[in-house]
Design a protein around this ligand. Structure first.
Ligand SMILES: NC(=O)c1ccc[n+]([C@@H]2O[C@H](COP(=O)([O-])OP(=O)(O)OC[C@H]3O[C@@H](n4cnc5c(N)ncnc54)[C@H](OP(=O)(O)O)[C@@H]3O)[C@@H](O)[C@H]2O)c1
Length: 244
């Protein structure tokens, strides 16, 4: 049976930030589509949390091709009678020193953090009703040009932001609220696993608030954009980055 509650598809719902977003949206009464790529168990854990408060379903997609993206969108709209939005919170950080970046690294990073999110937002926008919400989770890294190992990622996120906000302008007649949320250094495995304690201390020392953020702090800003009262917030870049 089709879900009646307003439904939101969360890309990267199996991730640390994404699963928190799924849970918070469910708490707000939304039906939640929990997307995952390979980590089915993490997606099922997120779904389990969602179902304590609302209804949900997992959606697997590699998001590798335009056909994958269209199929995911069709699958989501088949599930819900009442689509309300999309959170683009997927993607991994492809750590690599800028001196060693190959063309392949550049292409795959741009596909991942710009082209695929743009294609999905474009195809879903054609079926989302006026007043619905699309949020692209970006990073504070474009502000600084990334770090020694994230220059390409920062460039791809910057391009992703422009593509999503450009889409908003092209589709403004549809009256969908598109926004970008830039997260700073958030203490997730994707950040911590690759760095020594010394490097992590140094990373925190350059943040205005001198600490890393938590997934729930990113989720708070993103999910607040799904509140009915946030319906006048559109085409903005907001940051949750400890003052960075
Ligand atoms: N952590 C931070 O400090 C930070 C800061 C700023 C922005 N962000 C952004 O926040 C998002 C999630 O970060 P996280 O720390 O929660 O990472 P995470 O726990 O590693 O989660 C990554 C998520 O992305 C999914 N994924 C893998 N390949 C993908 C692809 N090709 N396209 C779309 N999704 C894919 C993963 O799915 P499976 O696990 O199922 O394979 C997983 O759900 C990313 O966009 C990241 O750039 C993170």
């Amino acid at each position: 049976m089709k879900s009646q509650k307003p439904a939101v598809l969360v890309i990267g719902g199996s991730g640390e930030i994404g699963s928190r977003i799924c849970m918070d949206l469910a708490n707000m009464g939304f039906a939640v589509g929990v997307h995952y790529v390979s980590n089915r168990n993490r997606a099922l854990e997120a779904l389990n949390e969602v179902e304590k408060k609302s209804v949900g379903r997992t959606f697997r997609s590699a998001l590798q091709t335009s056909e994958d993206i269209l199929a995911l969108s069709n699958h989501f709209f088949k599930w819900t009678k009442n689509p309300f939005g999309l959170v683009l919170s997927g993607g991994i950080i492809p750590w690599k020193n800028w001196k060693n970046l190959s063309r392949k690294d550049w292409v795959s990073t741009f596909m991942h953090h710009c082209v695929a999110p743009f294609e999905l937002a474009r195809v879903m926008s054609m079926r989302l009703p006026p007043g619905s919400r699309v949020v692209f989770l970006s990073s504070i890294s474009p502000k600084y040009g990334g770090s020694e190992t994230t220059l390409h990622y920062a460039a791809a996120k910057a391009a992703g932001e422009t593509a999503i906000l450009g889409l908003a302008m092209r589709l403004r007649k549809r009256r969908i609220c598109y926004n970008v949320v830039r997260a700073g250094y958030i203490e997730t495995d994707s950040q911590i696993k690759h760095r020594s304690a010394k490097v992590l201390r140094k990373r925190k020392s350059i943040i205005y608030l001198k600490r890393g953020g938590m997934p729930e702090e990113v989720s708070y800003l993103i999910t607040s954009l799904f509140d009915r009262r946030a319906g006048y917030v559109a085409n903005q870049k907001l940051s949750v980055s400890g003052g960075d």
